[in-house]
Design a protein around this ligand. Structure first.
Ligand SMILES: NC(=O)c1ccc[n+]([C@@H]2O[C@H](COP(=O)([O-])OP(=O)(O)OC[C@H]3O[C@@H](n4cnc5c(N)ncnc54)[C@H](O)[C@@H]3O)[C@@H](O)[C@H]2O)c1
Length: 265
């Protein structure tokens, strides 16, 4: 299937989220935005959370213009008080939290571990690991009170294999696997499922920035994907919506590869 056609398909067939309340972090851009738009089209009330205010408002406006319901909540996921407020505002506005997708993430300039800057390490681990944990912490509390819920964390093919030159990113996504599986086990009997999507390279502003910094990366990355192309954000959204849906009712603690064969090699 060609990329353009894939991009146009916003909702996985047969998946409706009418009446559901969904929270998406990192929803101002890229995969988070595609996920938020797909949920909006599938009938959910969507809380768009991001530290980027303009992009967050734009995503919420796009959902409303498409006939859906959305609320933007400015949130830095590395700050516990802001994350707690994000979940509180969701419940105040829409009464509950059925699904949460944690897509806020950072992919910084590459360097070997021997050359890595401490500040870069701290930034990446702070957003990708602490931010995901804090998000789940408050999402799980709310879902625990309800006795139901589904969470999907945005991980990467580099959550399963090493990434020379991006060791801290790979470490952060391996850590996310530990958080995802542990949360799934802690809540397996509470009606709450927790899974991750491990994406290959996806055509988003994050990827564009990485290629802008290092143009040779595009060819190298493309060659690492047996399908010979990058994913469109909507292709990742499809997998996320399926994992959040009743169709995945017996799936928990799973790392779903959506990577064009990257980790099959
Ligand atoms: N694009 C890819 O190739 C790719 C591949 C695999 C996994 N991922 C993962 O998917 C997720 C989304 O990536 P993307 O490509 O859409 O990136 P993106 O840069 O387009 O979007 C990431 C969003 O996260 C937000 N964010 C960053 N720090 C934040 C913070 N402290 N609090 C709240 N929001 C914050 C940014 O403002 C941005 O809107 C990330 O977790 C990334 O690691 C991306």
């Amino acid at each position: 299937m060609k990329g353009k056609k894939v991009q146009e398909q916003q909702i996985p067939a047969g998946v409706s989220f009418a009446g559901k309340v969904v929270l998406v972090t990192g929803a101002a851009s890229g995969i988070g935005r595609a996920v938020a738009l797909a949920f909006g089209r599938a009938g959910a009330a969507v809380v768009v959370a991001d530290v980027a205010v303009d992009g967050g408002h734009s995503t919420a406006a796009m959902i409303v213009e498409g006939g859906g319901k959305a609320l933007f909540v400015a949130t830095d996921v590395t700050q516990g008080s802001e994350v707690a407020a994000m979940v509180d505002k969701t419940v105040q506005r829409y009464g509950r939290l059925d699904c949460a997708v944690n897509s806020a993430g950072l992919f910084e300039e590459g360097s070997t571990l021997a050359e890595l800057d401490e500040a870069v390490y701290d930034r990446v681990m702070d957003v990708n690991v602490k931010g995901a944990w804090l998000s789940m912490k408050y999402q799980l509390r709310q879902m625990g009170q309800q006795g139901s819920g589904a969470i999907v964390n945005l991980s990467s093919a580099f959550g399963a294999v090493g990434a020379p030159g991006q060791g801290v990113y790979a470490a952060s996504k391996h850590a996310l696997a530990g958080l995802t599986k542990s949360a799934a086990l802690e809540h397996a009997r509470d009606g709450i499922r927790v899974n991750a999507v491990c994406a290959g390279a996806v055509r988003t502003p994050m990827l564009a920035r990485a290629v802008g910094r290092e143009p040779a990366l595009e060819k190298k990355l493309r060659a690492a994907h047996p399908m010979g192309r990058f994913a469109e954000p909507a292709e990742i959204a499809h997998a996320v919506l399926w994992l959040c849906s009743e169709q995945a009712s017996f799936v928990t603690g799973h790392e779903l590869s959506v990577d064009g064969g990257f980790t099959a090699i």
